[in-house]
Write a protein that binds this ligand. Structure first.
Ligand code: GLN
Length: 381
């Protein structure tokens, strides 16, 4: 063997891969990794087929198919009031994770500090570390996981380069409120701090709440990379397609990396989504669709011994299990997958220090019969 110095010595395989593999191995209902168990719209599949038959099978432009970027610009202006130039400020990516990695690698230099809020989606910290950056994490606590902005202020110094936000939030299902935006705006005002805003669950928001996109606030928008996904809204996580929006000076740097990381993203799906987005119901119907699933699953869980945590957005429901056992969340999640045959994600996996509040995350983007079966099994836990 040739000696290799690991770039990520502490990093193992992602919890999503581990729990999905375990679910398959033991035949558990897989509520761990976030993906639907129902198919995407037949119309969208038709549109992809049509794009292929129409000959859209060669490289897309590096930044993405222009008609798709134009549709994204229109949608963003309509929903959030921000004007992005499709030529220079929007890039189609191979999913949210690639966009996040690209944005971080475009602007983070060795010793730059990046503030993240934990529990945090697991791709932020490794990308920061690979660039030689320093992760400054602020641990949030159940049940509300609210950001203590005075603590954020204390973390900021001349090395702070970026704050990473995620609303609706994975894994906690919380959202940023207007008060958070006001605090954040006050903190970054007159500072050279960038924002990476992971908004992949923007359309999965419930009870009529507002999605506080960075695009709504000019002071925040001018310093933000906004990352979005098509996999989540269009029930097609396997297509790995999303996008990044940022002001031109940031997008220039983003594209310098993007062109050598993936060059461009698969062409026919881009044509298909551009067409599909013409019908705004394709995304306006989503809060209702997912809220029905959230409510149904929560009603079911009320018959179990799990304690429900609040869920404002995303397709995840977290629960505390202190009344059931004092095992670690990782051990309990594994045992529950094997014995009760329901797979979940232990939320400690999203804390760099492995903080364990005895919370598990379930994905409810599932057919009603799957949720019924899962609840039946969870009632026996
Ligand atoms: N976003 C999905 C989740 O949180 C999974 C992403 C992945 O598997 N990398 O479950």
């Amino acid at each position: 063997m040739i000696p290799v110095v690991s770039k990520l010595p502490q990093t193992g395989t992602t919890i999503f891969t581990i729990m999905s593999a375990l679910a398959n191995e033991v035949g558990a209902i897989n509520l761990s990794q976030g993906f639907p168990d129902y198919d995407c719209s037949p119309e969208l599949i038709e549109l992809v087929n049509k794009a292929m038959k129409d000959g859209h099978n060669q490289y897309a432009p590096m930044a993405g198919v222009l008609s798709l970027r134009e549709k994204i610009a229109e949608k963003t202006e309509k929903l959030y009031g921000a004007v992005y130039n499709p030529d220079t400020e929007i890039t189609i990516t191979a999913g949210g994770t690639q966009a996040i990695f690209t944005a971080i690698s475009a602007v983070i230099h060795p010793n730059d500090e990046v503030i993240i809020f934990e529990p945090a989606f697991d791709c932020y910290a490794p990308a920061i570390k690979l660039m030689g950056g320093v992760v400054k994490s602020l641990a949030l606590e159940p049940p509300n996981y609210r950001i203590a902005w005075d603590m954020v202020k204390r973390l900021i110094n001349h090395k702070t380069k970026m704050i990473i936000l995620n609303s609706p939030h994975n894994p906690t299902s919380t959202i940023l409120h207007k008060e958070d935006i006001d605090e954040l705006s006050a903190i970054v005002k007159n500072q050279d701090i960038l924002i990476l805003s992971d908004e992949v669950y923007e359309h999965l928001i419930f009870d009529g709440e507002t999605h506080h996109s960075m695009a709504r606030y000019p002071e925040l928008q001018m310093r933000s990379f906004i990352v979005a996904s098509f996999g989540k809204p269009f029930h097609a996580t396997g297509w790995k397609i999303g996008y990044c929006m940022a002001p031109e000076y940031l997008m220039n740097e983003f594209r310098k990396i993007h062109q050598f990381l993936v060059f461009s993203v698969n062409t026919p799906i881009q044509f298909a989504i551009a067409e599909y987005l013409k019908n705004e119901e394709s995304y306006l119907s989503l809060p209702g669709f997912f809220q029905q699933k959230r409510d149904y699953f929560r009603e079911g869980l009320k018959q179990t011994r799990f304690e429900l945590l609040p869920c404002y957005g995303s397709y995840f429901q977290s629960v505390r299990y202190s009344k059931i056992t004092d095992e670690t969340d990782a051990n309990f999640a594994i045992r529950m997958a094997k014995e009760n045959r329901v797979a979940s994600i232990p939320v400690s996996a999203f804390y760099t220090k492995g903080i364990d509040h005895h919370v598990l995350r379930f994905c409810f983007a599932k057919r009603q019969e799957t949720l019924d079966k899962a609840v039946d099994r969870l009632m026996k836990v």
